[in-house]
Design a protein around this ligand. Structure first.
Ligand code: UDP
Length: 370
């Protein structure tokens, strides 16, 4: 029997939206459904006081891949925003990522040679040859002063665990620079879509049928009956009814406030690194687009334990959960008519450019392209 669509796409985040767009270019029809009342997944922005508010945490687009940069710029122009967060620790502000400015603020070192000597001294004193956890990794990368001021307490509140019980890979990506350079990312291309991320999602989903506020699992047989194939971007364990057990996540709670001032903190991201402050950072959304509105909107980001009622933000990629995920992958591989992709289905902490690359790869496989 002829089905109404070629693809049912469960989840309208970047993976689903890119897949739907590419399928359409190849003459295939899709229905994209989302249980939230809006499209776009976690990149969704809500306009408040003329400001694009990142509803599910700050999203800063960055990539080294020129083709991915050109791809997103086809749908909406990106501005020249460069992420340069500052950290408030023990009453003082520090530049991030760790660079010559940070070293000057911390130690008063003025030249790369002085900073390097100080780092080497700290690492020689506190570093270990084979770091077995995040604390040892940090001490081996930057030594005790930076670890205790800017990493330990922030990391422990972010993950709800002692740094000695956390895997070292979490901070492997923190760069250390002997230049005066506060650009958080190393990538060649970086920016924010002018007018917000909804423009990107709307562009991708232009001309594609969508339904929001509908739960795939509430009427699975009905939805499966609408299309030949399913692209599933939700939690992989939920797809299989948690039959092998639940994968663990870390969640976040956002508290958003409109303030009567036009500039609250002078940049988009301020980290609060001390353990006695319950949130990890404050986002002032207007600065992503150099906004000049009379008011401002800020969001405090509180890490929290995850359960099934909460949003799943950060996968806990420890050995246990990684092993469980691998078992779910075996079940997934046996589902001939289902494509699994995106942060939740791949159980990976993806940045946006990586999700787009993953979706484009899935399209190539699905359409047997080289
Ligand atoms: N981190 C830290 N101090 C900071 C910022 C980050 O120790 O001021 C560590 C922390 O362990 C965090 C990791 O670096 O989990 C990655 O942080 P980032 O802000 O890059 O990740 P995001 O949470 O924005 O994805």
């Amino acid at each position: 029997m002829q089905k109404k669509y070629d693809y049912l796409i469960v989840g309208s985040g970047l993976f689903g939206a890119v897949f739907a767009h590419e399928a359409k270019l190849r003459g295939k029809t899709s229905l994209v459904i989302d249980k939230r009342t809006h499209l776009g997944g976690n990149v969704y922005c809500k306009e408040v006081e003329g400001i694009q508010v990142h509803q599910y945490g700050a999203h800063i687009f960055h990539t080294n891949d020129e083709s991915i940069w050109q791809y997103v710029n086809r749908f909406v122009p990106f501005n020249h925003y460069i992420n340069s967060p500052v950290a408030l620790a023990k009453g003082k502000l520090y530049n991030l990522p760790f660079n010559m400015n940070t070293f000057y603020q911390l130690w008063g070192t003025k030249t790369p040679a002085e900073a390097q000597a100080k780092l080497a001294e700290q690492i020689a004193q506190y570093g270990v040859a084979e770091p077995k956890n995040l604390e040892e990794q940090a001490l081996s990368l930057v030594g005790k002063d930076i670890y205790e001021t800017l990493i330990k307490e922030y990391t422990e509140k972010q993950w709800g665990k002692k740094a000695t019980e956390l895997p070292s890979f979490i901070i492997k990506r923190l760069p250390v620079r002997l230049r005066f350079d506060n650009n958080y990312f190393n990538d060649r291309f970086q920016g924010i879509p002018v007018g917000g991320y909804n423009k990107l999602v709307d562009g991708l989903l232009d001309g594609i049928d969508t339904q929001t506020g509908v739960d795939y699992f509430a009427d699975r047989a009905h939805f499966d009956g609408l299309a030949d194939k399913v692209v599933y971007t939700g939690k992989i364990d939920e797809f299989f009814g948690y039959e092998l057990g639940q994968l663990a996540y870390r969640s976040l709670r956002f508290e958003t406030e409109v303030l009567g001032t036009d500039n609250y903190q002078g940049c988009a991201v301020v980290n609060y690194n001390d353990g006695d402050v319950p949130f990890t950072r404050i986002i002032e959304h207007k600065h992503f687009e150099f906004g000049t509105q009379p008011k401002t909107v800020i969001t405090r980001e509180y890490p929290q334990n995850w359960d099934l009622q909460k949003e799943a933000y950060y996968p806990i990629n420890d050995d246990h959960n990684q092993g469980l995920y691998k078992q779910y992958r075996v079940l997934a591989a046996a589902q001939e008519n289902v494509i699994f992709g995106g942060r939740l289905a791949e159980y990976r902490y993806y940045d946006m450019h990586q999700i787009i690359a993953s979706a484009l790869k899935a399209v190539k496989v699905a359409f047997a392209e080289a």
